[in-house]
Design a protein around this ligand. Structure first.
Ligand code: AMP
Ligand code: MG
Length: 415
């Protein structure tokens, strides 16, 4: 089991170091499943797929026209029409000198023929045809060659690739009906807090709705992860202990929100300290900061802060990269763009800021970004209105309007 650094030393851990530690500690999950190809979109391939066929499987016509022998065209004499070749119903005979075959798109090119002339360039008269004088024909025209797309025995897709819709088209074309993919990791999820209610329930005095778990359920589904939803837990040590023990047994990773700072009701932290090998990190990020990571009986654990904006920002910035590795992906860094800041932003050096922003392309095609609303870690309207994070580096101070800033678009695949 990896050693977890506990950030008990003064100072905050830079987000880059936090991510690196997380990525180093994570391993792709083991276990595969076999799926019908059409259900495998977005899944990670567990083994190479080798083509058992050539694509196209034989020389076939790219046009509706006539299959003939190129050398016959030199004489300018009419060619005798001896049959037809349809897609799915090839012509069985041989195109001998002086003959030709009517051919449709996708139909096998008959033996003896080496060129297809499109029908628009042919003058057909009963049982013979003539090629229009003005048309230029080259040997081999309009023939799709056997194996020119895929050669039999070649690798169609490599183990570790995430299957996309175009991949599915390729595999299906090669006759692949089922694929072996990495199974979906199961993520146990719960919220903690006596004040939390399920949306739809009545709120008592001091209660709030559990927004974190609902948002995380959606985000985990978007990442194609299976969720073991353990609901809302009260601030009760025994309940949290039971839930964590079950989660460690049944899930591949555990995500919780709330209870990881140093308040009196922060039992998640207390239980984890007793049961697991957990580091409580103060990450130099805003919003965010309190974040727990570690292993509980071998199962990775991500303790997100309770504040709703902090919970989602730490999820995106820290949990998503780690979960990606677990799914079998290679996380290649945040997906960033550069944009011109339209309004100044205040900042003190010390923490990486993830301000909520709206970016667009202006009338000159320049990418511009504007911060939205108030930036408190409980202000969900700002996050909901945003289409990107404006990322201000840890050492950066305030930024003036007109400066270039780094943005991370939201709503792109989560990894
Ligand atoms: P905690 O980290 O438990 O001290 O919570 C910090 C703040 O986030 C408090 O104002 C909580 O009421 C709030 N909070 C905790 N969990 C959630 C949740 N699941 N949904 C919405 N707000 C929450
Ligand atoms: Mg709490």
């Amino acid at each position: 089991m990896p050693t977890i650094d506990c950030c008990s030393q003064p100072g905050l851990m830079p987000i880059e170091s936090a991510r690196e530690k997380l990525l180093q500690a994570m391993n792709p999950i083991e276990g595969t499943e076999i799926l019908p190809l059409a259900q495998a979109n977005g899944r990670v391939l567990a083994e190479d797929v080798i083509s058992t066929v050539n694509l196209p499987p034989c020389d076939n016509s790219a046009m509706d026209g006539y299959a003939l022998r190129y050398e016959d065209l030199a004489s300018g004499l009419p060619l005798e029409l001896i049959g037809k070749s349809f897609a799915g119903a090839p012509f069985d005979g041989v195109v001998n000198p002086g003959t030709c075959v009517r051919i449709m798109t996708g139909a096998a090119v008959p033996a003896g023929a080496d060129t297809v002339v499109m029908q628009e360039n042919v003058d057909a008269q009963g049982e013979s045809i003539r090629i229009s004088i003005n048309c230029e024909v080259r040997s081999g025209d309009h023939i799709r060659r056997c194996g020119e797309d895929v050669a039999e025995g070649s690798i169609l897709l490599k183990a570790g690739e995430r299957i996309s819709v175009p991949h599915i088209a390729l595999l299906a074309a090669a006759g692949v009906g089922i694929v072996t993919v990495v199974r979906k990791p199961v993520i146990a999820l719960f919220s903690t807090g006596d004040e939390l209610r399920q949306p739809g329930e009545a709120l008592g005095k001091g209660d709030i709705y559990d927004s974190n778990r609902i948002a995380l359920l959606a985000a985990l589904a978007q990442m194609d992860l299976e969720v073991l939803d353990l609901g809302i837990l009260p601030d009760n040590k025994q309940a949290i202990t039971d839930a964590l023990q079950r989660a460690a047994q049944e899930a591949d990773a555990i995500i919780t929100s709330g209870g990881v700072s140093v308040g009196e009701a922060d039992y998640t932290r207390e239980v984890l300290e007793e049961l697991g090998e957990i580091g409580f990190w103060k990450v130099a990020m805003k919003p965010g900061k309190p974040f727990a990571f570690g292993f509980l009986q071998g199962t990775p654990f991500f303790g997100l802060p309770g504040n709703p904006v902090s919970a989602l920002v730490t999820f995106y910035q820290l949990a998503v990269p780690a979960l990606s590795v677990m799914k079998g992906d290679h996380w290649s860094g945040p997906k960033t763009l550069q944009a011109k800041l339209l309004k100044p932003l205040k900042k003190k050096p010390g923490r990486t800021d993830f301000q909520r922003g709206v970016y667009h392309s202006d009338e000159n095609g320049v990418l511009v970004v504007e911060p939205v609303g108030t930036q408190g870690s409980h202000i969900l309207t700002g996050l909901a209105a945003a289409n990107c994070f404006i990322v201000l580096a840890r050492e950066s101070g305030s930024v003036e309007a007109g400066e270039q800033v780094v943005i991370e678009p939201l709503g792109v695949p989560l990894g």
